[in-house]
Design a protein. Structure first.
Length: 246
């Protein structure tokens, strides 16, 4: 709806001249009739409208496996109240567009997480919460059953480190995700390939080429830890010769 500078009076239509007031930059603020038609129009496309509607109504699927998920109990409470950001937790992945992973992801749980992610409609987003989710945490060195990072199974949009992260940090991650959604283009997101090193539908890892170039690999393979005698100063070489003569 576009407001006009005309209104009905007795005897016909009377036109009001716009006043010399400063037009607010916020397009959400209501427009006054005396500002005129030319000042009440702003340009936007359908993508901007879709992004605005999606960032204002994220429906998360809370995927908690260990202690980091305890922080969501206080986040849902009245003190932090993350419902004010339009977040409505859902129990079905078919009704969610955001999955929040919190806690350790094991080898047996990874296929279930991938299946939940594949059942979510596009566009969909992922927030990795906690050190165990991002890198495996304290289980990343000698554990045989822990996935070293959830990004090896599903693509991650926001990484939130901590052990565990505070509710304020979770709200900050959601705010950054909202900013990312506001700037993105949905056709570009579809054309971007994000399924290169993640699990496929049959839950098997794909082999990807190494990030190291061939010259780098050859240097690592042919590297010799023995030092040559020519690499030392002349005094040390003379000392080596004297020891041989003795």
């Amino acid at each position: 709806m576009v407001s006009t500078s005309e209104h009905w009076v007795e005897g016909g239509i009377d036109e009001i001249e716009p006043r010399g007031v400063k037009i607010p930059l916020n397009s959400v603020e209501p427009l006054l009739p005396e500002w005129g038609v030319s000042n009440s129009i702003f340009l936007a496309n359908t993508g901007d409208f879709f992004n605005w509607s999606r960032l204002s109504s994220l429906w998360p699927l809370l995927y908690g496996t260990s202690c980091c998920f305890i922080e969501f109990a206080s986040l849902i409470g009245s003190r932090f109240d993350f419902d004010r950001y339009g977040l409505v937790p859902r129990s079905s992945p078919r009704q969610a567009d955001l999955v929040v992973t919190a806690g350790t992801v094991t080898m047996k749980m990874a296929p279930s997480l991938v299946r939940l992610y594949e059942q979510m409609p596009d566009p969909k987003y992922v927030i990795a919460t906690g050190a165990c989710t991002i890198t495996g945490g304290m289980f990343s060195t000698d554990s045989y059953s822990t996935v070293r990072g959830v990004d090896k199974s599903i693509p991650v949009d926001i990484y939130l480190p901590g052990c565990p992260p505070k509710p304020e940090a979770i709200i900050d991650a959601i705010t950054k995700l909202r900013r990312k959604i506001a700037r993105e283009s949905f056709p570009d997101r579809i054309s971007c390939s994000t399924r290169r090193k993640y699990l496929s539908l049959n839950h098997r890892f794909r082999f990807v080429p190494s990030i190291h170039i061939g010259e780098y690999n050859r240097k690592l393979t042919n590297y010799d830890t023995k030092f040559s005698l020519h690499d030392f100063p002349e005094e040390i070489q003379n000392l080596e010769g004297n020891l041989k003569h003795k």
